[in-house]
Design a protein around this ligand. Structure first.
Ligand SMILES: Nc1ncnc2c1ncn2[C@@H]1O[C@H](COP(=O)(O)OP(=O)(O)OP(=O)(O)O)[C@@H](O)[C@H]1O
Ligand SMILES: [Mg+2]
Length: 341
């Protein structure tokens, strides 16, 4: 253990022990522990660029919030991170404070017009080592325009491969993490995101119906695996908007952990006002209020993601055929169980 580790361990040790019956005190203590353990810590660099697509066709489950906050947390810990905003809503661009008015070079020009990614990359105004390719309103037409184009499913992958090689040629540092934020649908934009990535991160909101639709998502991932990208697998599941006070959230979390024991991160992201306020200031919660419970949860999740590396394809949650049917059964069972209460 080096001196920094020892100092952190001693500080954590000195924290008072909170009783289980005082949830607020327990939360404050957990925040204090995370602050001591995580702030200013360097996370491990992956051996190769990890390309992670953040997907769930269900809307409003925390895809964009997860994308931008994990990206910012990893960049703050010294890694080079690129966010591809692949959603016509442009929410990731907004949250990262990246201009994305009509006419801005964006992911649309890359996907539809074949422009180099380097022409659309912008640097984050707040976080060093963080870049973003924004989405403009033009992207809303891309779903239809892509249909008639050559290599319509692999356009994003080709563009990213070229960009990563170009950076090295230019003598720039390699990118450690690429996050792709997806729209809430399984159309060609999401297919491009599945083809460019090796890993899928699925945010699951701890609410009723959380597992519904998941089997469809897993089936799509399975099809992509079979036909377009053999390496693709669900490496990570993150429980979002978790409210520990409700039985429902606890049940959904337990259900998800039972079916995806390996891929589900230990860290859950709580429902937090600071997280939801941050985008209106063009910021992630990591810069808007770095000491808040929400920011510390994303920092912890980022550390877990970085430390676990990418589990190899074939572990639970890969979308294998039996996995999809397990989820279908789980969805049906949990619906019945929850209705009975
Ligand atoms: N942990 C959280 N606590 C409180 N609010 C949150 C949290 N995570 C996300 N939100 C809010 O919930 C809403 C939906 O989140 P977000 O935009 O990240 O979801 P999404 O899956 O990207 O949505 P879409 O499917 O429309 O792209 C946003 O208003 C966001 O600020
Ligand atoms: Mg979104």
């Amino acid at each position: 253990m080096d001196a920094d580790e020892k100092r952190r361990a001693a500080l954590v040790e000195s924290l008072p022990v909170a009783s289980e019956d005082t949830p607020l005190m327990a939360q404050l203590q957990e925040d204090a522990r995370r602050r001591i353990e995580l702030r200013g810590r360097q996370f491990p660099k992956p051996a190769h660029t990890r390309v992670i697509t953040v997907a769930n066709q269900k809307g409003g489950v925390g895809k964009t919030t997860t994308t931008v906050n994990l990206a910012a947390a990893l960049a703050q810990s010294g890694l080079n991170v690129l966010v591809l905003d692949n959603d016509p809503q442009g929410n990731a661009s907004t949250a990262l404070g990246i201009p994305h008015h009509a006419g801005t070079p964006s992911i649309y020009e890359v996907l539809v017009e074949g422009a180099p990614l380097s022409e659309a990359v912008q640097e984050s105004p707040d976080v060093p080592n963080l870049w973003c390719v924004p989405a403009t309103i033009d992207l809303s037409g891309a779903e239809i325009e892509l249909v008639s184009l050559v290599a319509r499913e692999t356009r994003l992958r080709n563009a990213l491969d070229q960009y990563l090689a170009w950076r090295i040629e230019q003598g720039q540092q390699p990118i450690d993490y690429v996050f792709v934020d997806c729209p809430p649908s399984l159309g060609l934009l999401t297919v491009n995101a599945f083809v460019v990535a090796r890993e899928v991160l699925i945010p699951i909101q701890c609410e009723y119906y959380a597992l519904e639709g998941l089997s469809q998502l897993l089936k799509t991932i399975q099809l992509i695996q079979a036909h377009l990208n053999r390496e693709l697998h669900v490496s990570t599941i993150l429980l979002t908007m978790y409210d520990a006070r409700t039985n429902l959230a606890q049940q959904v979390a337990a259900e998800v952990r039972t079916h995806f024991p390996e891929s589900t991160l230990r860290t859950t992201v709580p429902r937090s006002v600071r997280i939801s306020e941050a985008p209106s200031y063009g910021q992630t919660v990591m810069t808007y209020d770095a000491g808040s419970t929400g920011a510390l949860a994303y920092l912890e999740a980022a550390r877990e993601l970085a430390e676990r590396g990418a589990p190899s394809a074939g572990v639970s949650g890969t979308g294998a055929p039996d996995e999809a049917s397990t989820i279908q059964q789980a969805t049906a069972a949990s619906t019945v169980e929850l209705e009975a209460q």
